[in-house]
Design a protein around this ligand. Structure first.
Ligand code: DC
Length: 221
């Protein structure tokens, strides 16, 4: 199907990926897949079942019985874990850390990447994550890599958490971001990297509307 295309958006946490991916998908009338939500749901599963996210054997066993499904309702992604909609539970700082730990396990990545490729195969999708342009969809028609200073990203996350009614001190948010950056870029399995054919956009000093305009200017559909 020649009219099916994918847009890969990678970048560190807080770089604006998901807002931008959502905006681009809406503008282009295509679907949006948030792959971080999948690793977060694995993290929720580990926390719910009392499994240490770094314990390979325990996580392997967990994956064998874990029933993870993604449901799209009116374009909105819902994460269903063992029959329960856990979408509202995946954005806590505790889950962020568990997701980062669990996503460094290669067999977890293999399982998630397999699902991601199947989902994005027959329909046009904007997919965001850390390894989309490099591993999941190396043949994506468009690839973007978002960057922003840790301080700019921490400030965004800080405001987001405040708006959600779950505030965290700014210095803790920044510490968390720096810790996750290090772990996500230094892990052996599919670390966060910018591939040569990705367009890099630094979002430190530009707002989301402007970033979206820049991104859309590359899309010829
Ligand atoms: O994008 P996010 O913050 O929701 O991602 C949660 C964690 O999952 C993050 O620590 C990195 C990891 N992740 C990954 O390793 N690969 C992806 N494609 C997406 C997320």
């Amino acid at each position: 199907m020649s009219n099916v295309y994918q847009i890969a958006i990678d970048g560190p946490s807080g770089s604006g990926k998901s807002t931008l991916a959502k905006g681009a998908a809406a503008k282009l009338g295509i679907m949006y897949l948030d792959t971080g939500a999948m690793y977060r749901t694995c993290g929720v599963c580990a926390l719910k079942t009392g499994i240490e996210p770094k314990d390979e054997d325990a996580v392997k066993k967990m994956l064998e019985t874990m029933d993870l499904k993604i449901k799209f309702e009116d374009g909105i992604q819902h994460m269903i874990l063992n029959g329960e909609d856990v979408t509202g539970q995946i954005r806590t700082p505790e889950v962020s850390r568990a997701a980062s730990d669990i996503s460094s396990l290669p067999f977890v990545r293999t399982a998630m990447v397999d699902m991601q490729r199947k989902i994005a195969a027959d329909q046009s999708f904007v997919v965001d994550g850390r390894d989309i342009g490099s591993v999941v969809l190396p043949n994506a028609k468009y690839k973007f890599f978002l960057t922003a200073s840790p301080e700019a990203r921490a400030k965004r996350r800080f405001l987001e958490l405040e708006q959600k009614g779950t505030p965290q001190p700014l210095d803790e948010v920044l510490k968390d971001i720096i810790w996750r950056d290090k772990q996500d870029s230094e892990r052996a399995a599919s670390p966060l990297i910018k591939v040569d054919d990705a367009v890099e956009i630094d979002t430190s000093d530009i707002g989301i509307e402007e970033t979206l305009e820049v991104l859309l200017s590359y899309i010829k559909e």
